[in-house]
Design a protein around this ligand. Structure first.
Ligand code: PLP
Length: 227
């Protein structure tokens, strides 16, 4: 049986190699281990392998796992669809939210972020392929949403996130990630101080790193298939 520990070692090597191949500085890509559906024991094994950043999609599952795993030095990222009646728990317990796509939700997160917790790091989720029924803001509305988010006192706008439709082949995979990078560059040109591109999952993270990803979100590659 392949263990979580072995998977982490392999993926860390592959990340290092890809970052070098892509001509990026070492340490410029943060690995977020997506532990959704996997038990606290798997997270503990990842922590023992040196992992600190974890991503969860479901609020209740995430909170339960944080409690079970413990450890103040872990950084929890909310990467699921955010319902407005769940914002309080997210604002209180997570350090990052990658999936903001509405001003209303962002306002609630800012209002509900506890004073003792520091600013909540947020990314705007972009629906790059403009797929109907998918979360994320359309590319042409990103700048206006970003401008509004940047004024909210308890949030810190860090950058953009996407989950592109699956594509076959390295060049085809790079295309949406390139578009997200260009969009982020246009925000920076408009004076917004952003530093994060949350892009790349198990199937396409190498292409994302070539296009400037600063955070890859990997689940299957680290913890195995979800049931
Ligand atoms: C589940 C999920 C991931 C991890 O996906 P894998 O293909 O298992 O690496 C990353 N990002 C988001 C938003 C997810 O929902």
């Amino acid at each position: 049986m392949i263990t979580v520990t072995e998977n982490f070692r392999k993926i860390q090597d592959l990340l290092t190699e890809t970052i070098r191949e892509a001509g990026r500085p070492s340490g410029s890509v943060q690995l977020v281990a997506v532990s959704k559906t996997h038990p606290a024991a798997a997270v503990r094994e990842a922590v023992a392998a040196g992992q600190r950043h974890f991503g969860e999609n479901f609020v209740q599952e995430g909170l339960a796992k944080m409690q079970e795993v413990g450890g103040n030095d872990l950084v929890w990222h909310f990467i699921g669809h955010l319902q407005s009646n769940k914002t309080r728990a997210v604002a209180e317990h997570f350090r990052w939210v990658h999936t903001v796509d509405r001003l209303k939700t962002a306002r609630r997160l800012s209002e509900q972020r506890p004073y003792y917790a520091g600013e909540l790091n947020v990314c705007i989720q972009v629906n790059l392929d403009e797929e109907a029924g998918k979360s994320g803001v359309a590319p042409d509305r990103v700048l206006s949403l970003a401008g509004s988010l940047a004024t909210l006192p308890r949030l810190r706008l860090r950058g953009l996130m996407c989950i592109p439709a699956l594509r076959e082949g390295f060049d085809a995979q790079r295309d949406p990630f390139r578009r997200l990078r260009l969009l982020a560059e246009s925000l920076a040109a408009a004076g917004l101080a952003i530093d994060t591109l949350s892009m790349g999952m198990t199937a396409d993270f190498r292409a994302a790193i070539y296009e400037g990803s600063t955070m890859v979100r990997l689940g299957t590659a680290l913890f195995g298939a979800r049931t």
